[in-house]
Ligand binder design. Structure first.
Ligand SMILES: C[S@@+](CC[C@H](N)C(=O)[O-])C[C@H]1O[C@@H](n2cnc3c(N)ncnc32)[C@H](O)[C@@H]1O
Length: 233
């Protein structure tokens, strides 16, 4: 996890433990972990039998990545709602942390590779943005997912370097990211232009999550679909 300027812990960015579409267990005093359960159902009706839940172990001692951040809840819900697009596709999650969007993609039938900063000891593939780690060359995703990966603007160029490299490796690849509006869409627009990309869909994430989940997500979250300029649909 990045430890640069501006990376201080900010509890307001952590998903609330009282989200109706999710449930969170009490924190274990010994391990400082808790388990959050996230529901993905049609019309938010858990009794219908459709859908599933995903349990995530969160470590509240860690500064970054060991929580389910609100952007991950928004992006995971988007993947669930757009699930027909992901079936049998190759998906790479960047800066996965606790990996909720990638896990939902796997549940709906995608072939998923979870990645995070290779400096972190997590049990996912090490892939540091802007570095040419060997695994980068073997990935050819149809979709890139990134939840709350646009939070430290000193990393933005590195993230786009990695994302565009992967998009070039797999023509038609779409990078879907959820980020806090305060990251500045104008800066992201500038980066897209610099790296030869364009935004094909920009949504207020709260328009996509069910009210029971939206009511307790903090901040303003945007969801963008980004492709290379020469992308053909
Ligand atoms: C705010 S957390 C978001 C975690 C998760 N996607 C979520 O939304 O719950 C940012 C994530 O980006 C990862 N990250 C930060 N800098 C990175 C870098 N330079 N290369 C790869 N991953 C990085 C962190 O380790 C962390 O998992």
């Amino acid at each position: 996890m990045a430890n640069g300027e501006g990376d201080q812990y900010d509890s307001s960015r952590i998903a609330s433990s009282t989200i109706a579409g999710s449930a969170t267990s009490a924190v274990s005093d010994e391990t400082m972990t808790r388990i959050s359960r996230h529901y993905f159902t049609n019309d938010n009706d858990r009794s219908s039998g459709d859908g599933f839940s995903v349990d995530i172990i969160e470590n509240i001692q860690e500064e970054y990545g060991m929580f389910v951040w609100p952007c991950a809840i928004a992006l995971a819900e988007y993947v669930w709602q757009q699930r027909s697009r992901f079936s049998s596709k190759s998906v790479v999650e960047l800066g996965a942390g606790t990996s909720l969007p990638g896990l939902v993609a796997a549940k709906v039938g995608a072939n998923v590779t979870l990645t995070d900063d290779s400096k972190n000891p997590e049990q996912v593939l090490g892939l540091t943005w802007g570095e040419w780690d060997p695994p980068l060359f073997s990935l050819s995703p149809d979709f890139l997912l990134g939840a709350d990966v646009l939070y430290d603007n000193s990393d933005f160029d590195d993230l786009f370097a990695t994302a565009t490299f992967l998009m070039k490796n797999c023509p038609g690849c779409v990078f879907i990211t959820a980020y806090h509006a305060r990251s500045g869409h104008h800066l992201i627009e500038y980066l897209m232009s610099k790296w030869g990309c364009k935004c094909t869909r920009l949504l207020d994430a709260f328009s996509t999550v069910p009210p029971t989940k939206a009511s307790n997500l903090h901040g303003s979250i945007q969801l963008a679909e980004i492709v290379l300029n020469d992308h053909i649909t």
